[in-house]
Design a protein around this ligand. Sequence first.
Ligand code: NAD
Length: 495
Amino acid sequence: MTDKKQNIATVTLPGNVDVPRYDRRALRPRMVHIGFGAFHRAHQALLTHRVLNQEGGDWGLCEVVLFSDDSLISALREQQHLFTVLEKGESGNQAIVVGAVCASLHAAVEGKEAILAQLADAQTEIVSLTITEKGYCLAGAHGNLDTNNAHIQHDLRYPREPLSVPGIITEALRRRHAQGIPPFSVLSCDNMPENGKAAQRAVLDFARLIAPALAAWIEREVAFPSTMVDRIVPAATAQTLHDVAEVVGVDDPCAIACEPYIQWVVEDHFTQGRPHWEAAGVQLVEDVAPYETMKLRMLNGSHSFLAYLGYLAGYAHVSDCMSDAHFRRAVRHLMLAEQAPTLTITGVDLTDYAERLLTRFANPALHHRTWQIAMDGSQKLPQRLLDGLRWHRRNGSRCEALILGVAGWMRYIGGSDDRGEAVDIRDPLKSTLQSIVASTPDDEARVQGLLALTAVFGDDLRTDPSLVHALTDAYLRLRDQGALAAVTALAQSLP
Ligand code: NAD
């Protein structure tokens, strides 16, 4: 039984819960984080909390939410910005009450001006981001700023009242520049290739369009370190909140559950200070790119393969896919035979990495939904599946699993699964995708119509006849036999 009137800030928590052992009154919002979603709570906030638990200090976080409703932030404030992370492992669960957050701002509550003022404040040294790929307003993961994006169009017209993250960061930096305040670092923690460079491209492209001199200052002075982030953090469900309440003894609407595994590799290039994250096991390195590419292709690429094909086949969770021996075999092949050869990383045993991923994917306690991973596919496909596929084209090697994964996405955005049930598609390009689907009742034309979408496929893939043929073939197989049979056939064909 839980007591609804109490919260984690007011009750005495059970002794097995890991709690803040530092003086929270000493925290200052030196890091402002935009995107208080599932992932951030169980990753950057938790790791910063671990540093504080070991060494104390004043590196607090101010959480900024721009678009989601304000219920989560309201609840967070009611419990003095504390929240629970429940790490769910094979051998048991560990609850951690994170205390690193010391302030919060919601665009719809405090207003955009309060957010800009916080970002422009000299004590803000880092602005970190988990805003998903679409938050960068780029035309594709490798693209430049998308000036057709509605928020960007608004911000170009009203740069002092921005809506988009590139617009907000630029306006905050403009204020700092005007007041002679040194800039903050921009720390992207989204799953994108060279995420620091992507953030930099978005901000610089925007700034160049409104104030070239400011853009030159940003280019010279602002650090945009890239990061590789890794931990599986499914969106919280009623069951998650119930599980957490069982452990901490009280309801925590801000709680999140995740796997025990955690990795953060950060390029050690900051404009001002940073928390001593090494104390929490974070790897601070010269160049993150090889780690990022490994993770995007082997972990995220495999996730997307399982998400589209698994969802079509009726598997609700990644762990359901993994209990199908054929899916498991096919995804292992994708990792080791098709993605690993495309990587340049040294000093990492990729077979070991793949085996660890398979074990993590199979964790039944996580309930990571295939539907959740399938979201925003137009933004994810290039770095997760298409970059590897391009490598095979250049090398003249085979990549049936990558092709089947891409064909799986094409079937998925067609709008129904293999039982004919409607799919709830979430994607920033949804209306474009739907109009391509609606205008191409002929399946071969549909594959070509989708391949002509340059924001996703560039302009090289649609002109490769053998790739078009292979993708069409995979698409028709999925249509005629279904994903379960197609993945089974792939797994059975493997040596
Ligand atoms: P989430 O949906 O829980 O949170 C997303 C956050 O982004 C929300 O706060 C939302 O308000 C904000 N957002 C969405 N669109 C935005 C926009 N256009 N501008 C500004 N803010 C916007 O998602 P999540 O699971 O927390 O994932 C966030 C990021 O972390 C993603 O890029 C994801 O790839 C990355 N990531 C997630 C996991 C995971 O397992 N959840 C693992 C590694 C990396």
